[in-house]
Ligand binder design. Structure first.
Ligand SMILES: [Zn+2]
Ligand SMILES: [Zn+2]
Length: 341
């Protein structure tokens, strides 16, 4: 099979490999669409501390079931039929640690992620545990279904923030994750404001139904003006920048919710004035990737309420070296790059 391998930092290799064999409890997926994420770019540039080389990257995978290994539980091969469309949920939990036992395998103590800890989808075939494939509605092509993973991150964020049609939400950061939150929150009927330092990203946020607010200096004043001094009922942080994270406690209304999706560097501290925890009685939650959000993400995409697939750029797998070279020079070169395989 064809594969694009991260051989070493800045060394992406197009090559032929033997087709992988599905083992016990595993499924072989014929890949049709493989999305490029910032995480893949970090593997290419040598900035992903969790990866070992060589590795086939990609955790945003849509394709078809091509075969099953022996299955662990009766009935045999209990997954979707051979040939049916599926997407891959890339988070493989151990099943026995505390977070796995309470249904949070996205926080598993020995988490294994497809495309990082095990081979991913920049290839004709990928093997994953049978429990990690999700059936795709018949109306969706793999080139639409492939957006399930990023959209699921927005679903998880909105679940963590309990976002409903009654809410007004402020999204900090209109990068890929911010856009996913905006689209899901809008689909839930919430009123959504978005802020970013980039005018271009704000324009995209507006295109997806958010009301743009200029970021940076004076943001707090603008938010207080909009909310008549109350602050925002829900603040979703998707920049990963410590100053933005610290400001969430000022931007949120008393009794409101803060959802932190952005990642800071290991060891980086984020400070809040302690009195506000109690005085404002805020709920502050983290949101990591997604768990069991793929079916809802696929439904949203099938409903036509997600515009994300429309701004993606599609490439052949053979173009992978050029695509990653372009992204290494300018990570914002494409809103989203996807390989047709
Ligand atoms: Zn991703
Ligand atoms: Zn676990």
């Amino acid at each position: 099979m064809r594969a694009a391998i991260f051989n070493a930092p800045k060394d992406l290799l197009l090559t032929e490999l033997p087709r992988p064999e599905p083992g016990l409890g595993e499924v072989l997926v014929r890949v049709r669409a493989a999305g490029v994420c910032a995480g893949d770019l970090y593997i290419h540039t040598g900035k992903n501390p969790y990866v070992s080389y060589p590795r086939i990257g990609c955790h945003e995978i849509a394709g078809e079931v091509a075969g099953y290994g022996p299955q662990v539980s009766w009935p045999q091969a209990s997954g979707p039929e051979i040939g049916s469309s599926v997407v891959v949920d890339p988070f493989v939990g151990c099943g026995s640690c505390y977070p796995c036992r309470i249904g949070k395998r996205n926080c598993c103590a020995s988490l294994s992620i497809v495309g990082i800890h095990r081979e991913g989808g920049f290839a004709d075939y990928v093997v994953v545990p049978t429990g990690n494939i999700v059936p795709v509605p018949q109306t969706l092509s793999p080139f639409e279904a492939v957006f399930a993973e990023p959209v699921a991150i927005g679903v998880q964020g909105c679940r963590r923030g309990e976002v409903t049609a009654a809410d007004t939400v402020l999204v900090l950061g209109a990068g890929p994750i911010g856009l996913a939150i905006i689209e899901v929150a809008r689909a839930r009927g919430a009123k959504v404001y978005a802020t970013d330092l980039s005018q271009e990203r704000l324009a995209t946020a507006a295109q997806f139904g958010a009301i743009p607010i200029a970021g940076g200096e004076g943001l707090l004043d603008r938010v207080m003006e909009i909310t008549a001094g109350e602050g925002m009922p829900v603040v979703m942080e998707a920049t990963g920048a410590p100053p933005a994270m610290e400001q969430t406690i000022e931007l949120v209304a008393s009794g409101g919710r803060i959802v932190i999706l952005g990642l800071v560097r290991k060891g980086q501290e984020v400070r809040f004035p302690g009195l506000d925890f109690t005085r404002k009685e805020v709920t502050i939650v983290g949101s990591r990737a997604s768990v069991d959000c793929f079916p809802e993400a696929l439904e949203l995409i099938a409903s036509g309420r997600i515009g994300y697939p429309k701004i993606a750029s599609f490439f052949a797998l053979e173009e992978a070296p050029e695509v990653f070279e372009t992204l290494a020079a300018d990570p914002t070169a494409y809103h989203k790059a996807v390989f047709r395989i």
